[in-house]
Design a protein around this ligand. Structure first.
Ligand code: ZN
Length: 143
C-alpha cells in the first residue's frame, strides 16, 4: 500500500492578480508563476495553474515573437466574432474563446524550476477586459 502524503508535504493554493488593459489580450505570466513556484519551496512535482473565470483562459505558447500572440488573438476574433448569441450579457464570444483556451495547466516542476520549452511562456488570455483577473497556483510535490 502506498504511503499517504503528509499534510505538510503540500502547499496551500497561492494566487496573484493580473490587471488587463484591453478587451482581448494575452498577458505573459511566466515570471509570476515561477515566483509562486519558488515561494512554495518545492523543487520537484506538478504545478497546477488555474484561472477561476469564465471569460478569461490560460495557455502556453511562444513568448519570443509578439506577432504570435497578435496572430492568435486576431484569428480567434475571426473564428468567434462578437455578435448575436443566445447569452444576453453581450459577451458570448468571450465565454467561447475562454473555453477554447481552457482554464488550467499542469506544468512539470523539476530541480526548482518549471520545465518549459525554449520558446514557451504561460499566458493569461483575456477576452472580456479590461479587468482584474486572478490566477491560482497549486504545487504538488513528487517525482
Ligand atoms: Zn457572460
Amino acid at each position: 500500500m502506498g504511503q499517504k502524503p503528509k499534510i505538510e508535504d503540500t502547499t496551500p493554493r497561492d494566487s496573484f492578480e493580473v490587471p488587463t488593459s484591453s478587451r482581448s489580450q494575452m498577458v505573459d505570466i511566466t515570471a509570476r508563476v515561477r515566483e509562486m513556484v519558488r515561494r512554495s519551496g518545492i523543487s520537484d512535482g506538478i504545478c497546477i495553474v488555474y484561472v477561476p473565470h469564465t471569460t478569461a483562459g490560460i495557455t502556453v505558447n511562444e513568448n519570443a515573437d509578439p506577432a504570435v500572440v497578435a496572430d492568435i488573438l486576431e484569428h480567434l476574433g475571426k473564428l468567434v466574432p462578437q455578435g448575436r448569441y443566445r447569452h444576453r450579457e453581450g459577451n458570448a464570444d468571450s465565454h467561447i474563446k475562454a473555453s477554447l483556451m481552457g482554464f488550467s495547466l499542469a506544468l512539470i516542476l523539476e530541480g526548482g524550476d518549471l520545465e518549459l520549452g525554449t520558446w514557451q511562456g504561460v499566458f493569461l488570455c483575456e477576452f472580456d477586459g479590461p479587468r482584474r483577473r486572478r490566477v491560482w497556483v497549486k504545487v504538488i510535490p513528487g517525482g
